[in-house]
Design a protein around this ligand. Structure first.
Ligand SMILES: [Zn+2]
Length: 407
């Protein structure tokens, strides 16, 4: 058995004074258990690193390690507890695992890599025989490692956005680095206080380098930016404004459709998605039926045209020309007498300065559309997150571009 122990000692790369005491192979259980022994009389305090006398040994603990030839491999040890003059009795750290983890670092590193290459955590859980909780803990520790390592370089253009969380009216707020295309942090709720907490996750130095923040017209967001990054411009971005305009067109379609249906006219039935598509994304067939709809002289058609014309706004390079266009567009919207669209126009007029900041910074949360769809997948694949924490963990795990490797 001596040879097997030496073999595992080398395989595990255990630093002294840890030694492999015994290796047990169970063929029926397809399991290898490796018993480890601490061979010195002193141990370092986990708090101050001071060398202290051993007080006693904690009860036996187990860690799952990487399999040996498809045999589940378990490390077993009693960790020494030190008696530090300054900190009292403390359990020492071990070189192969994080505190409180039931898995070795090498095993966790393997799980993290696997998770990054699988579309769902479910597949990884199944393959390795891990339950949801174990995977969640491994992801959480990986995210903590990544956040610790994250560089604190300048973030010129952050974006703030909300996402629904659980069914109903619960929200989380995210902060993006729009230039780096990554999520920086996620907090629960979308209040001024929550947004303040979100922006507070940036260092003071980072906040001082922010040039502009992209956000929708939700007041608490703007308030928090004014409080915490008073030097930054606010940009009401293209991504959100097209959302408001699309919602207005949809409201007009629903109202008009209801009216038409009352007189037995079914022209608008089933046309919801047709009005949300941009012309360049229509197939030939979709375009043909859309053109047919447009000849019906519907209010919805007018609303759609006005929404579509507004896309030109973002293409101007000179703010004066954009201003001329904007005034003209507002006039046409007013004359259309389409109330939902006029409401959006009024909102744009109220926030005109921040709208026109676009021409100074040209940022948009649309940059994060790729991230948005990733978050959508996370949301869909884990319906009914029990806690906000596990939702945050997954978003940061998949969308924060963290370095989560083990040391
Ligand atoms: Zn100590």
């Amino acid at each position: 058995m001596q040879n097997l122990s030496t073999h595992y000692q080398q395989l595990l790369g255990l630093p002294s004074p840890w030694k492999v005491e015994h290796v047990d192979l169970s063929i029926p259980n397809k399991q290898v258990t490796v018993k480890l022994l601490y061979t010195e009389k002193s141990v370092r305090c986990p708090e101050c690193g001071e060398s202290c006398a051993i007080y006693d040994h904690a009860p036996e603990q187990k860690w799952r390690h990487l399999d040996t030839m498809q045999f589940e491999t378990i490390l077993i040890a009693r960790i020494p507890r030190c008696n530090c003059k300054q900190h009292g009795v403390k359990t020492a750290g071990v070189p192969w695992a994080d505190k409180h983890s039931r898995f070795t670092l090498m095993f966790e590193g393997f799980v993290v890599e696997l998770l990054q290459h699988c579309s769902t955590t479910h597949a990884v859980s199944n393959m390795l025989g891990l339950n949801w909780h174990a995977v969640n803990q491994i992801m959480r520790r990986a995210v903590a490692r990544g956040l610790k390592r994250r560089d604190r370089e300048a973030v010129d253009h952050p974006g703030i956005d909300e996402k629904s969380f659980r069914a109903g009216q619960q929200y989380v707020t995210l902060c993006y680095d729009l230039t780096g295309g990554r999520v920086l942090e996620v907090v629960e709720n979308r209040t001024t206080e929550a947004t303040g907490q979100l922006l507070g996750s940036l260092t003071e130095n980072q906040r001082s380098t922010v040039k502009a923040v992209a956000l929708d017209m939700w007041q608490p967001f703007a308030k928090a930016v004014a409080n915490l990054i008073p030097g930054a411009d606010i940009v009401h971005d293209r991504f959100h404004i097209s959302k408001y305009l699309n919602e207005a067109v949809d409201t007009i379609r629903r109202q008009e459709s209801r009216k038409l249906n009352e007189s037995g006219n079914k022209t608008l039935n089933g046309s919801r998605y047709a009005w949300l598509r941009n012309p360049e994304n229509m197939t030939d067939k979709q375009r043909a039926s859309f053109d047919e709809l447009m000849t019906c002289e519907l209010k919805t058609g007018t609303a759609w045209s006005l929404k579509n014309i507004f896309r030109a706004f973002w293409r101007f390079t000179c703010p004066d020309s954009a201003d001329y266009f904007f005034t003209y567009w507002c006039g046409v919207v007013d004359r259309s007498e389409l109330k939902p669209l006029i409401a959006v126009k009024d909102m744009l007029v109220r926030h005109k300065a921040n709208l026109f900041n676009y021409f100074k910074h040209r940022v948009s949360n649309a940059v994060s559309e790729g991230l948005n769809s990733k978050i959508q997948v996370i949301k869909a694949s884990a319906r009914g997150f029990h806690s906000f924490e596990s939702y945050r963990t997954r978003i940061l795990f998949y969308c924060a571009k963290l370095n989560m490797a083990i040391s």
